[in-house]
Ligand binder design. Structure first.
Ligand code: PRT
Ligand code: ZN
Length: 210
């Protein structure tokens, strides 16, 4: 039996469940349960908050997980990635108030930037040679400039309408992300075999979708 952790409720949940079903794996899903067993494959599915998934897979509490690369890299475990899945595509971007004078990333020197991704943003700014004060907040990052908490923000963008609605302008792409399958790095031979079977089916599903 191999254990796969997926997001309990959020943007990754439905696509993760659909992918498992399209792999020909059947299971009963109930909104109240925190885990379920497949009926035709030796798989147990755990339903967790996405932020907890990389650490659980790293520690072996779960063998496998489905999570966004943004969360995986921010958590510090990029090496766990084994397969890109092609859904939940988004980007982590820097944005400034619409009317702000901005010519390039150097203009952020000495500025206050609100984000939920201090690791990824910190590395990006260091690479650009820019020193800024990062303020880590866990949600509603987009309102930070309008309440005077920050000069700029760095947050996940997909359509861009949230930025627009908050009077912000996207100025730099810091990181591109999609959902990925991750795996513990010390799987037993039996679990490695099950992972290989799952990856084979996931690749077939992706080819069929194209
Ligand atoms: O409760 P839990 O901790 O499990 O969930 P969560 O609230 O942390 O995550 P969730 O469900 O919002 O997102 C899960 C993953 O989906 C993210 O980690 C990304 O990998 C991916 N994803 C894809 C997105 C978006 N698109 C997205 N648009 N995650 C967040 N957003 C948010 C963004 O933060 C911003 O507030 O949507 C807003 C912007 O959207 P647009 O379309 O207006 O640009
Ligand atoms: Zn989360």
């Amino acid at each position: 039996m191999i254990r796969l952790a997926i997001q309990k409720s959020g943007r990754l949940s439905e696509d993760s469940l659909n992918l498992i079903r399209e792999c020909g794996i059947s299971f009963l899903s109930s909104t109240y349960k925190l885990k379920t067993e497949a009926t035709n494959f030796p798989l147990e599915i755990l339903f967790l908050r996405d932020d907890d998934i990389p650490g659980y897979v790293q520690d072996g509490v779960a063998d496998l997980g489905i999570v966004g690369q943004n969360v995986l890299v921010e958590a510090g475990y990029p090496a766990l990635e084994v397969e890109t899945l092609g859904f939940s595509k988004c980007r982590l971007s820097l944005a400034v108030p619409r009317g702000a004078d901005y010519k390039g990333v150097g203009d952020l020197e000495g500025k206050n930037i609100a984000t939920s991704y201090p690791e990824i943003l910190g590395r990006y700014l260091a690479g650009e040679g820019v020193k800024a004060q990062l303020h880590t907040i866990s949600g509603s990052v987009e309102i930070a400039p309008s309440i005077g908490l920050a000069d700029a923000i760095c947050d996940i963008v997909s359509s861009g309408s949230t930025l627009l609605g908050n009077g912000l302008r996207e100025v730099e792409t810091v990181f591109r992300s999609e959902a990925v399958l991750i795996a513990n790095q010390q799987l037993s031979a039996e679990k490695q075999e099950l992972l290989d079977q799952l990856r084979f089916r996931m690749q077939a599903v992706r080819r069929a979708r194209r």
